[in-house]
Design a protein around this ligand. Structure first.
Ligand code: SF4
Ligand code: SF4
Ligand code: SF4
Length: 315
Protein backbone atom coordinates (compact mmCIF):
# COMPACT_ATOMS: atom_id res chain seq x y z
CA UNK A 1 0.00 0.00 0.00
CA UNK A 2 1.23 3.51 -0.79
CA UNK A 3 1.40 6.53 1.46
CA UNK A 4 -2.13 7.64 2.32
CA UNK A 5 -2.63 11.05 0.72
CA UNK A 6 -5.52 13.45 0.93
CA UNK A 7 -6.03 16.39 -1.48
CA UNK A 8 -8.25 19.38 -0.82
CA UNK A 9 -9.02 22.64 -2.58
CA UNK A 10 -10.40 25.68 -0.82
CA UNK A 11 -10.59 29.15 -2.46
CA UNK A 12 -8.79 27.94 -5.54
CA UNK A 13 -9.01 27.96 -9.35
CA UNK A 14 -7.76 24.37 -9.95
CA UNK A 15 -4.64 25.65 -11.72
CA UNK A 16 -2.50 24.06 -9.00
CA UNK A 17 -4.19 20.71 -9.65
CA UNK A 18 -3.44 21.11 -13.37
CA UNK A 19 0.17 21.76 -12.41
CA UNK A 20 0.16 18.50 -10.44
CA UNK A 21 -1.01 16.70 -13.59
CA UNK A 22 1.70 18.52 -15.54
CA UNK A 23 4.29 16.43 -13.69
CA UNK A 24 3.56 14.22 -16.68
CA UNK A 25 4.65 10.63 -17.05
CA UNK A 26 6.58 10.67 -13.78
CA UNK A 27 3.22 11.05 -12.04
CA UNK A 28 2.05 7.60 -13.15
CA UNK A 29 4.33 5.51 -10.88
CA UNK A 30 3.84 8.04 -8.07
CA UNK A 31 0.08 7.56 -8.23
CA UNK A 32 0.01 3.84 -8.97
CA UNK A 33 2.86 2.58 -6.79
CA UNK A 34 3.69 5.10 -4.09
CA UNK A 35 0.57 7.05 -3.10
CA UNK A 36 -2.83 5.87 -2.04
CA UNK A 37 -5.24 8.75 -2.62
CA UNK A 38 -7.91 8.51 0.08
CA UNK A 39 -9.69 11.81 -0.60
CA UNK A 40 -9.53 14.24 -3.51
CA UNK A 41 -12.73 16.10 -4.47
CA UNK A 42 -11.10 17.33 -7.69
CA UNK A 43 -10.76 13.81 -9.11
CA UNK A 44 -13.03 11.49 -7.11
CA UNK A 45 -16.54 11.50 -5.72
CA UNK A 46 -15.96 11.75 -2.00
CA UNK A 47 -18.49 13.34 0.31
CA UNK A 48 -17.75 15.44 3.37
CA UNK A 49 -20.69 13.95 5.26
CA UNK A 50 -21.34 10.27 5.84
CA UNK A 51 -18.44 8.73 3.95
CA UNK A 52 -16.42 7.96 7.08
CA UNK A 53 -19.24 6.14 8.86
CA UNK A 54 -20.64 8.59 11.42
CA UNK A 55 -24.06 8.73 9.71
CA UNK A 56 -23.33 12.08 8.18
CA UNK A 57 -23.75 14.14 11.32
CA UNK A 58 -20.38 15.92 11.03
CA UNK A 59 -17.99 16.92 8.28
CA UNK A 60 -15.43 14.12 8.37
CA UNK A 61 -12.39 13.28 6.26
CA UNK A 62 -10.29 10.10 6.26
CA UNK A 63 -6.95 9.82 8.07
CA UNK A 64 -3.88 10.37 5.84
CA UNK A 65 -0.13 10.67 6.20
CA UNK A 66 0.10 13.56 3.74
CA UNK A 67 -2.47 16.29 3.11
CA UNK A 68 -2.05 18.68 0.17
CA UNK A 69 -4.23 21.79 0.13
CA UNK A 70 -4.61 24.42 -2.58
CA UNK A 71 -6.43 27.74 -2.19
CA UNK A 72 -6.82 30.12 0.71
CA UNK A 73 -9.49 30.37 3.39
CA UNK A 74 -12.33 32.68 2.33
CA UNK A 75 -15.41 31.27 4.07
CA UNK A 76 -16.65 29.18 7.01
CA UNK A 77 -16.66 25.94 5.04
CA UNK A 78 -13.04 26.40 3.95
CA UNK A 79 -12.03 26.78 7.59
CA UNK A 80 -13.98 23.71 8.69
CA UNK A 81 -12.38 21.59 5.94
CA UNK A 82 -8.91 22.97 6.71
CA UNK A 83 -9.23 22.21 10.44
CA UNK A 84 -10.43 18.68 9.67
CA UNK A 85 -7.49 18.18 7.27
CA UNK A 86 -5.10 19.36 9.99
CA UNK A 87 -6.68 16.93 12.46
CA UNK A 88 -6.49 13.96 10.07
CA UNK A 89 -3.17 14.50 8.23
CA UNK A 90 0.24 13.97 9.81
CA UNK A 91 1.96 16.30 7.31
CA UNK A 92 0.11 19.25 5.78
CA UNK A 93 1.40 20.94 2.62
CA UNK A 94 0.18 24.33 1.36
CA UNK A 95 0.38 24.14 -2.45
CA UNK A 96 0.32 27.31 -4.55
CA UNK A 97 0.37 31.01 -3.77
CA UNK A 98 -3.33 31.11 -2.81
CA UNK A 99 -2.58 28.62 -0.01
CA UNK A 100 0.74 30.17 1.04
CA UNK A 101 -0.01 33.91 0.59
CA UNK A 102 -3.74 34.32 -0.17
CA UNK A 103 -3.04 34.64 -3.91
CA UNK A 104 -5.62 36.01 -6.35
CA UNK A 105 -8.68 35.60 -4.02
CA UNK A 106 -6.91 37.81 -1.45
CA UNK A 107 -7.10 40.72 -3.91
CA UNK A 108 -10.47 41.23 -2.24
CA UNK A 109 -8.63 42.07 0.98
CA UNK A 110 -7.85 45.46 -0.52
CA UNK A 111 -11.44 46.59 -0.31
CA UNK A 112 -14.17 46.76 2.25
CA UNK A 113 -15.90 43.33 2.06
CA UNK A 114 -19.44 44.80 1.90
CA UNK A 115 -18.42 46.83 -1.17
CA UNK A 116 -17.16 43.58 -2.78
CA UNK A 117 -20.37 41.72 -1.94
CA UNK A 118 -22.44 44.55 -3.36
CA UNK A 119 -20.31 44.55 -6.50
CA UNK A 120 -21.03 40.84 -6.99
CA UNK A 121 -24.62 40.48 -5.84
CA UNK A 122 -26.21 43.89 -6.41
CA UNK A 123 -25.19 45.19 -9.80
CA UNK A 124 -27.26 46.88 -12.51
CA UNK A 125 -26.74 43.74 -14.63
CA UNK A 126 -28.08 41.39 -11.91
CA UNK A 127 -30.64 42.68 -9.45
CA UNK A 128 -29.79 45.94 -7.73
CA UNK A 129 -32.30 45.11 -5.01
CA UNK A 130 -30.95 41.59 -4.30
CA UNK A 131 -29.81 40.62 -0.82
CA UNK A 132 -26.47 39.05 -0.06
CA UNK A 133 -27.02 35.27 0.34
CA UNK A 134 -26.94 34.44 4.05
CA UNK A 135 -28.67 31.07 4.31
CA UNK A 136 -27.51 27.56 3.31
CA UNK A 137 -24.36 28.91 1.58
CA UNK A 138 -21.24 29.21 3.80
CA UNK A 139 -20.69 32.70 5.12
CA UNK A 140 -17.81 34.58 3.57
CA UNK A 141 -15.12 35.97 5.86
CA UNK A 142 -14.17 39.63 5.91
CA UNK A 143 -10.98 38.68 4.04
CA UNK A 144 -9.09 35.75 2.54
CA UNK A 145 -6.50 34.09 4.75
CA UNK A 146 -3.40 32.06 3.92
CA UNK A 147 -3.52 28.56 5.44
CA UNK A 148 -0.80 29.24 8.01
CA UNK A 149 -2.91 32.06 9.48
CA UNK A 150 -5.40 29.41 10.60
CA UNK A 151 -3.51 26.12 11.23
CA UNK A 152 0.07 24.86 11.43
CA UNK A 153 1.49 24.11 7.97
CA UNK A 154 4.47 21.79 7.61
CA UNK A 155 5.62 22.72 4.11
CA UNK A 156 4.89 25.68 1.83
CA UNK A 157 5.22 25.42 -1.96
CA UNK A 158 4.29 28.75 -3.60
CA UNK A 159 3.69 29.60 -7.25
CA UNK A 160 0.69 30.49 -9.36
CA UNK A 161 0.75 27.74 -10.27
CA UNK A 162 3.75 25.98 -8.64
CA UNK A 163 6.40 24.41 -10.84
CA UNK A 164 5.40 20.73 -11.53
CA UNK A 165 9.04 19.67 -11.02
CA UNK A 166 8.92 21.07 -7.49
CA UNK A 167 5.62 19.37 -6.69
CA UNK A 168 7.23 16.09 -7.77
CA UNK A 169 10.32 16.87 -5.66
CA UNK A 170 8.16 17.49 -2.57
CA UNK A 171 6.30 14.19 -3.02
CA UNK A 172 9.45 12.19 -3.76
CA UNK A 173 11.37 13.73 -0.84
CA UNK A 174 8.54 12.75 1.50
CA UNK A 175 8.63 9.20 0.17
CA UNK A 176 12.41 9.13 0.63
CA UNK A 177 12.14 10.69 4.08
CA UNK A 178 14.47 13.64 3.35
CA UNK A 179 13.99 17.41 3.17
CA UNK A 180 12.92 18.65 -0.30
CA UNK A 181 15.48 20.38 -2.47
CA UNK A 182 13.64 23.60 -3.39
CA UNK A 183 14.85 27.05 -4.54
CA UNK A 184 15.52 29.50 -1.72
CA UNK A 185 16.59 32.62 -3.64
CA UNK A 186 14.82 35.35 -5.60
CA UNK A 187 13.67 35.41 -9.25
CA UNK A 188 16.55 37.82 -9.99
CA UNK A 189 19.02 35.22 -8.77
CA UNK A 190 17.83 32.92 -11.58
CA UNK A 191 17.61 35.62 -14.25
CA UNK A 192 20.27 35.85 -16.99
CA UNK A 193 19.47 39.39 -18.22
CA UNK A 194 22.25 41.99 -18.51
CA UNK A 195 22.57 44.30 -15.50
CA UNK A 196 24.54 47.51 -15.51
CA UNK A 197 24.00 48.40 -11.85
CA UNK A 198 21.90 51.53 -12.32
CA UNK A 199 18.51 52.24 -13.87
CA UNK A 200 18.24 53.97 -17.28
CA UNK A 201 15.20 56.12 -16.39
CA UNK A 202 13.75 57.83 -13.32
CA UNK A 203 10.05 57.18 -14.00
CA UNK A 204 8.34 53.77 -14.14
CA UNK A 205 7.22 52.51 -17.53
CA UNK A 206 3.74 51.08 -17.91
CA UNK A 207 3.29 47.40 -18.78
CA UNK A 208 1.61 48.34 -22.08
CA UNK A 209 4.99 49.55 -23.30
CA UNK A 210 7.26 46.97 -24.91
CA UNK A 211 10.62 46.22 -23.37
CA UNK A 212 13.68 47.03 -25.44
CA UNK A 213 15.34 43.89 -26.80
CA UNK A 214 16.49 42.29 -30.00
CA UNK A 215 14.45 39.09 -30.56
CA UNK A 216 17.36 37.61 -32.49
CA UNK A 217 19.59 37.91 -29.42
CA UNK A 218 19.56 35.59 -26.37
CA UNK A 219 17.96 36.81 -23.13
CA UNK A 220 21.40 37.37 -21.66
CA UNK A 221 21.74 40.30 -24.13
CA UNK A 222 18.48 41.95 -22.98
CA UNK A 223 18.95 44.63 -20.37
CA UNK A 224 17.34 43.95 -16.96
CA UNK A 225 13.68 45.06 -17.17
CA UNK A 226 13.86 46.87 -13.84
CA UNK A 227 16.83 48.85 -15.12
CA UNK A 228 14.72 49.63 -18.21
CA UNK A 229 12.13 51.20 -15.88
CA UNK A 230 9.54 48.41 -15.55
CA UNK A 231 8.16 47.28 -12.21
CA UNK A 232 9.80 43.87 -12.54
CA UNK A 233 9.15 42.14 -9.22
CA UNK A 234 12.09 39.74 -9.58
CA UNK A 235 14.10 41.19 -6.64
CA UNK A 236 11.25 40.60 -4.16
CA UNK A 237 9.79 37.35 -5.49
CA UNK A 238 10.70 33.78 -4.58
CA UNK A 239 12.48 31.81 -7.32
CA UNK A 240 11.00 28.62 -8.73
CA UNK A 241 9.36 29.35 -12.09
CA UNK A 242 12.44 29.01 -14.31
CA UNK A 243 11.93 25.93 -16.46
CA UNK A 244 14.15 26.59 -19.49
CA UNK A 245 16.99 28.60 -17.98
CA UNK A 246 15.22 31.93 -17.33
CA UNK A 247 12.23 32.89 -15.16
CA UNK A 248 9.02 32.22 -17.14
CA UNK A 249 7.93 35.84 -17.73
CA UNK A 250 11.46 37.06 -18.47
CA UNK A 251 11.69 34.24 -21.01
CA UNK A 252 8.65 35.87 -22.66
CA UNK A 253 10.38 39.28 -22.33
CA UNK A 254 7.81 40.69 -19.92
CA UNK A 255 8.36 41.78 -16.30
CA UNK A 256 7.84 39.45 -13.34
CA UNK A 257 4.48 40.10 -11.65
CA UNK A 258 5.48 38.44 -8.39
CA UNK A 259 3.38 35.26 -8.55
CA UNK A 260 5.63 33.15 -6.30
CA UNK A 261 5.10 35.58 -3.43
CA UNK A 262 7.83 37.08 -1.24
CA UNK A 263 11.28 35.53 -0.92
CA UNK A 264 10.80 35.11 2.83
CA UNK A 265 7.35 33.76 3.76
CA UNK A 266 6.32 36.81 5.80
CA UNK A 267 8.01 39.40 3.55
CA UNK A 268 6.04 42.31 2.11
CA UNK A 269 6.51 42.50 -1.67
CA UNK A 270 5.18 46.06 -1.90
CA UNK A 271 7.53 47.57 0.68
CA UNK A 272 10.52 45.62 -0.61
CA UNK A 273 9.74 46.56 -4.22
CA UNK A 274 9.49 50.27 -3.40
CA UNK A 275 13.02 49.96 -1.98
CA UNK A 276 14.21 48.12 -5.11
CA UNK A 277 12.77 50.86 -7.35
CA UNK A 278 14.41 53.59 -5.30
CA UNK A 279 17.75 51.74 -5.41
CA UNK A 280 17.48 51.75 -9.21
CA UNK A 281 17.01 55.52 -9.27
CA UNK A 282 13.29 55.35 -10.06
CA UNK A 283 11.03 57.96 -8.46
CA UNK A 284 8.62 55.86 -6.37
CA UNK A 285 5.94 58.56 -6.77
CA UNK A 286 5.69 57.56 -10.43
CA UNK A 287 4.18 54.18 -9.42
CA UNK A 288 0.46 54.51 -10.16
CA UNK A 289 -0.89 51.67 -7.98
CA UNK A 290 1.67 50.43 -5.50
CA UNK A 291 -0.86 48.12 -3.80
CA UNK A 292 -0.99 46.06 -7.00
CA UNK A 293 2.44 44.75 -5.98
CA UNK A 294 0.54 42.65 -3.43
CA UNK A 295 -1.60 41.00 -6.12
CA UNK A 296 -0.34 37.54 -5.13
CA UNK A 297 0.41 38.08 -1.44
CA UNK A 298 -2.51 39.99 0.06
CA UNK A 299 -3.00 37.66 3.05
CA UNK A 300 -1.17 37.99 6.41
CA UNK A 301 -2.65 41.49 6.76
CA UNK A 302 -0.53 42.83 3.87
CA UNK A 303 -3.42 44.10 1.74
CA UNK A 304 -6.11 46.03 3.60
CA UNK A 305 -8.95 48.32 2.62
CA UNK A 306 -7.86 51.89 2.08
CA UNK A 307 -8.63 54.14 5.03
CA UNK A 308 -11.50 56.51 4.26
CA UNK A 309 -10.36 60.13 4.27
CA UNK A 310 -12.88 62.46 5.86
CA UNK A 311 -13.81 65.29 3.49
CA UNK A 312 -14.33 68.61 5.26
CA UNK A 313 -17.45 70.43 4.20
CA UNK A 314 -16.85 73.99 3.07
CA UNK A 315 -18.36 76.58 5.37
S1 SF4 B 1 -2.12 29.57 -6.79
FE1 SF4 B 1 -2.77 30.26 -8.85
S2 SF4 B 1 -3.09 28.35 -9.97
FE2 SF4 B 1 -3.09 27.83 -7.76
S3 SF4 B 1 -5.24 27.92 -7.11
FE3 SF4 B 1 -4.34 29.93 -6.75
S4 SF4 B 1 -4.84 31.13 -8.59
FE4 SF4 B 1 -5.08 28.98 -9.11
S1 SF4 C 1 14.56 42.75 -12.14
FE1 SF4 C 1 13.55 41.37 -13.59
S2 SF4 C 1 14.75 41.48 -15.47
FE2 SF4 C 1 15.99 42.37 -13.83
S3 SF4 C 1 17.26 40.69 -13.09
FE3 SF4 C 1 15.42 40.73 -11.81
S4 SF4 C 1 14.00 39.34 -12.80
FE4 SF4 C 1 15.59 39.79 -14.29
S1 SF4 D 1 8.61 35.56 -13.57
FE1 SF4 D 1 7.49 36.17 -11.73
S2 SF4 D 1 5.32 36.34 -12.34
FE2 SF4 D 1 6.42 35.23 -13.96
S3 SF4 D 1 6.08 33.08 -13.43
FE3 SF4 D 1 8.04 33.71 -12.49
S4 SF4 D 1 7.52 34.37 -10.40
FE4 SF4 D 1 5.63 34.28 -11.59
Amino acid sequence: MGVKTSLEWLSSCAGCEISLLNIGEALVPILTEHLEIVHAPVIMDHKYYGQCGDQGLHLQLPEATVGIITGGVANEEHLEVLEEMRKKCAILIALGSCATQGGIPALMNGQDSSASFDAVYRTPSTDPGAVRPNQIVPQLFDRTYALDEKVKIDLQLPGCPPNPAHIAEVIISLLENRPPNLPTKSVCDTCPTRREGKGAVDQVKRFVENAEFDPAQPISEMRCLLEQGFVCMGPVTAAGCAKRGAPSCIEARVPCRGCYGPVLPRGNQMLDMMNALASNGIDTKSVVDRRSMLRFSGAHGNLRPKKKVAVKEEA
